[in-house]
Write a protein of this length. Structure first.
Length: 181
C-alpha cells in the first residue's frame, strides 16, 4: 500500500478522534509542530527507524520529546514507531490539515511569482480565488520562482492556474497550431 494512502488512513483516524473530542484545531497545531520537528531533524527519523533501538526506548523518547502534545498525537506517534511507519509523519500532518480545511471550507494553495507579493496583493488573490472556488477562505503561500518572467502561477491541489507570460505564449502557440490544421 502506498505511503500516501496509509498516511490518509492515519489522518482519517485522528480526524475522527478530534471531531469526537472537538479538538481539531489543537490537533492541527500540534501536528504542524511535530511535522516541523521531523522535517528539521533527519536524525530523529533515523533514530526512530533504527532496528537496534527497542520500541520501548523509542516510545520513552517520544514521550519525553513530545511531552507538550495531546495524548492522541503522542499515541499516534507511538503506533507509527511500532508499525515501522515513522517516516510518514509529515504526510499524516498534511493529510490531516487538508481534512480539517475541507470540512471548514478552507482551501490552501501556492502562488509562484518572480517577486514577493505584498500582503495586500496576496489578500486580493485569496479573496478572488475564494469566490472562484466557492470556498469560505483561501490561504495562499507565496513562493519566489526566478524562472517566471512575469505574471504568476497558482496551484490549488491538483489544479494549476497559469497566468505567467510563458504560459500565455504557450497557449497562443497551441491556438495557432490548431488554427493551421
Amino acid at each position: 500500500m502506498s505511503e500516501a494512502v496509509v498516511a490518509k488512513r492515519y489522518a482519517d483516524a485522528l480526524y475522527q478522534l478530534g471531531s469526537e473530542k472537538s479538538t481539531l484545531n489543537i490537533l492541527v497545531n500540534e501536528l504542524g509542530v511535530v511535522k516541523q520537528v521531523f522535517n528539521e531533524n533527519s536524525e530523529l527519523t533515523s533514530f526512530l527507524a533504527h532496528p537496534r533501538v527497542t520500541n520501548v526506548k523509542k516510545q520513552q523518547f517520544l514521550t519525553e520529546v513530545f511531552a507538550g502534545v495531546s495524548q492522541d498525537v503522542l499515541n499516534t506517534l507511538k503506533i507509527l514507531v511500532e508499525r515501522h511507519r515513522v517516516g510518514i509523519v509529515p504526510e499524516i500532518a498534511d493529510s490531516f490539515e487538508a481534512l480539517v480545511n475541507e470540512a471548514s471550507g478552507v482551501a490552501q494553495g501556492t502562488v509562484y511569482s518572480v517577486r514577493e507579493l505584498s500582503d495586500a496583493e496576496r489578500s486580493d488573490l485569496e479573496k478572488s480565488f475564494a469566490k472562484r472556488l466557492n470556498k469560505s477562505v483561501v490561504k495562499l503561500v507565496n513562493v519566489i520562482d526566478p524562472s517566471i518572467v512575469g505574471g504568476m502561477k497558482i496551484r490549488m491541489g491538483n489544479t494549476i492556474f497559469d497566468g505567467t507570460i510563458s504560459g500565455k505564449l504557450r497557449r497562443i502557440e497551441q491556438n495557432i497550431k490548431l488554427a493551421n490544421i
